[in-house]
Design a protein around this ligand. Sequence first.
Ligand code: ATP
Length: 237
Amino acid sequence: MTAPLLDVRDLCVSYGRAQVVHNVSIAVNTGALVTVIGSNGAGKTTLLNAIMGLLKAKGRIGFHDAEMSSVSLENRVQAGLSLVPERRELFADMPVEDNLLLGGFRRSRAERKQTLSEIYTRLPRLQERRQQLAGTLSGGERQMLAMGRALMARPVLLMLDEPSLGLAPRIVRDVFHILTDLRKTGVSILLVEQNARAALEVADYAYVMELGAITTQGPPAEIARDPRLVESYLGLG
Ligand code: ATP
């Protein structure tokens, strides 16, 4: 068996004396789309930020057979980790294209140009709006721009923090369709979501996070049948 691409073991994260992530172990295989679902405040954002290197953590973060836990944020990006943050964090008064180019600032000019044209092919809406200020985009377009910007770094593992947040169901479907499309091109994906139903539809493997710990894991179809989880996360529909 080959080792997982991302192999997080016993990760613990605290804010001051308050520990909010407790011994979390998760893995993402190369080419897989893995989701972590859980309600508000479960610690999902904290987990992603710790993997990315935005927060200090105890435990192991194996990526490509290297240990990342003491590696800087910049070097984690170089190694192929990229995060689409929950608040999307775009530069509202800059055009779409400039926001995208910032995502690839570590790359050579030629590489950036090439990646930009690939992203425009994949996300034609961004090309149509390339000169529009990011702050004037719709919610769905903003999410696409945040994803496009993360892709400019040519990630091996793309991590997304609640990409469905604030979007209408139809737009959520579009965004998740882009994720499954991306996966087909070989990008591995770690998707953190409160919208469990949508996430379980696209994922290959799922973890449930509650009160800072992973309480259940398995194939999405199994999780979707678990009566307790259905009641807590999936509603009655
Ligand atoms: P959400 O979907 O609301 O973002 P989440 O599952 O991503 O929820 P986190 O944002 O990781 O959860 O928060 C986990 C816990 O850590 C919460 O109790 C939250 O109040 C707390 N927390 C988050 N950020 C901080 C911080 N900067 N300082 C102190 N506590 C924090």
